[in-house]
Design a protein around this ligand. Structure first.
Ligand code: AP5
Ligand code: MG
Length: 211
């Protein structure tokens, strides 16, 4: 079962995708995480894209699709795409790519959240970077104390400043919102209310996916 999770920055795509990955035994691909790992590796590509991501702009479509193809090839599990596609061109490329791999999207789910709530969440977001390279969201399941106890350090994403958050939201409205209409036309669009407790959002998501 291949699924796209959509939503404004901070809607909870990463939070819900991690839960779905555990429950449905799917592979979670967050393009943001893939890009941040590339930057952390210090590769030439990472150096090329760091400024774009930290500033909240989008990586060019062709580059993004080739990075994604590497991440999506070679698994027979269902894939949860988190943060991809972000433009209608990427949505078309994803359909082509999945077709070539003999796969197909079954649902594109929008996690609906107001801008105001998203800004509040992103300004408060903290992450923990552990020595093994894994990144954990600080929240009910992982506290700052857990982070310190495991030798990790607390971290704020460079694109989580108020100025960058505003820019990311404007990029979202201009370039990513039209992707929802693309999936409506394809008949696979669904929506859940993201402004609830994470467990309630998850229950709604499962209901939509199992409908
Ligand atoms: P990406 O990493 O995808 O960032 P984003 O879309 O801005 O989304 P976030 O990761 O900030 O939010 P989220 O929806 O995952 O929410 P989360 O679960 O963390 O992309 C980053 C950048 O990479 C882009 O700006 C672009 O430059 C580049 N990029 C990525 N994909 C690309 C593409 N396809 N093409 C081109 N460029 C691309 O939750 C947020 C916070 O809220 C957390 O603190 C969490 O604990 C909390 N929270 C979650 N759910 C709830 C809830 N229900 N109630 C209360 N709090 C909650
Ligand atoms: Mg995310």
């Amino acid at each position: 079962m291949d699924i796209v999770l959509m939503g404004v920055p901070g809607a909870g795509k990463g939070t819900q995708a991690a839960k779905l990955e555990n429950t449905l035994h799917c592979k979670h691909i967050s393009t943001g995480d893939v890009l941040r790992a590339e930057i952390a590796s210090g590769s030439p590509l990472g150096k090329q894209i760091a400024g774009i991501i930290d500033g909240g702009d989008l990586i060019p479509d062709e580059m993004m699709v080739s990075i994604l193809k590497n991440a999506a090839t070679g698994t027979d599990k269902g894939i949860i795409f988190d943060g991809f596609p972000r433009t209608v061109a990427q949505a078309e490329m994803l359909n082509n790519m999945l077709g070539q791999l003999g796969r197909k999207l079954v649902k594109a789910v929008m996690i609906d959240l107001s801008e105001e709530a998203a800004v509040k969440r992103l300004c408060a977001r903290r992450q923990c970077h552990l020595p093994d390279g894994s990144v954990h969201q600080i929240g009910p399941d992982f506290s700052p104390e857990d982070c310190r106890a495991q030798g990790g350090s607390l971290f704020t994403r460079p694109d989580d400043t108020p100025e960058h958050i505003r820019h990311r939201l404007s990029v979202y409205h201009q370039q990513t919102q039209p992707v929802a209409d693309f999936y409506k036309t394809q008949g696979i669009y669904a929506q859940v209310d993201g402004d609830k407790d994470p467990q309630q959002v998850f229950a709604e998501l499962l209901a939509v996916l199992q409908a």
